[in-house]
Write a protein of this length. Sequence first.
Length: 435
Amino acid sequence: MKTTFANPPAATHALRCVHCGALSAKPEPRFRCSECSELLEVIYPEWTGAPREFGLRLKETWQARKDSSLGENSSGVWRFRELLPQIERSNIVTLGEGNTPLLPIEKTCRFLRLGSLLAKHQGMNPTGSFKDTGISVAISMAKTTGFKCVCCASTGNTSASVAAFAARTGMKSIVLLPAGQVASGKLAQALEYGAHVLELRTDFDGCLSVLNQVVERLPAYLLNSVNPYRLEGQKTVAFELMEQLDWRAPDHVIVPGGNLANSSALGKGFLELRQLGLIADLPKISIIQAEGANPLVRTMRENGGRELIRVTPQTRATAIRIGNPASWRKAVAVLKETEGACEDVSEEEIFLAKAELGAEGAGCEPASAATLAGLKKLARSGFVREGETVVLVLTGHMLKDVEYTLQPRAERTSDVLEPDVSAVIRRLEQIDACK
Ligand code: F0G
């Protein structure tokens, strides 16, 4: 007989500094520790020593919610709300985020002789990137706290997501973007959803530094990933992935690294699942950066993760064009705890990997393709071995950055022909299109 349980209770949370461990009762506007200015993380003290039954009940509860049509149950974030900060139902802002597909990447899997290669396509979120999972939680917290205006600095995707969720709940949004460095799909989204868009003549790091001062002076709630509630939403990708893999962790999860919050959130999700007894093993979480924007790679190589080495970022994968990543300490901890690797890949490697994913119907934006480029490097070095299971986290939708694909390059240009059947057939025969 199937045993049914009452829903497990949601736990209360606290904010703790990742560096000095001080607890923050009320976070300041920049979400920094009042003692040492480092970042904060959400902790759930009640979980310590939680009975094993707690974990088992969670699986049942989450599974049952899949059949429910209530907004907070069909959301791939709020379905896992026992492991999120408690928020009243009326303050939950959702666009039906999460619930993204896990796609087999078969040709590359065979080529690399892996046991399986899967892409968790976070670009299938409502605004086309993984940001939606985190913004849903953090903006719900903003609403709970009584804010009417939210803000972010962004390489593009965060701004699209912030603008959409703000519009959804009737809040104002302000976004600061590095002028001329944001893919047009992302800029168009921020404008469509009615954000106040300010483009600054600087890079992402410069925009975030300005915004940190703005939130000290204006009543706007900061939605960048320094906000620890963002990571709570983003960690749910680990929960959803484990459900999809029947609670058996893959050997490797590979994620691109920019400001380094997503890798941190993913790691937090897996560590919590293990703490609660929902999974037995952790995957190795590896972080891939572009060669021209590789502060974490240099930090790990040159001082083992003790002190951040900043760089002046340059890459056509504009989403991860970041030289001074805020969440570097959290990411170093995840690399160490999961024994993951940190690698950088060239522009050419990103370009080819993106085309390869596209050719398997798993198109994504350039930053996301860095994961496949990184996997190839890790397989060559022997870090990823034959027969292993690998999950790539594809962070953004292909349509976010169409300029990248349409750039003039011999092998990727489309043909412009007269609307004449014979001309079309001749051209298709020339390129053996149907073979
Ligand atoms: N992939 C995509 C598509 C992104 O948009 C980002 C970050 C990342 C990867 C890196 O994630 O910063 O958590 O390490 N985009 C941010 C933005 C910075 O403003 O949209 P991260």
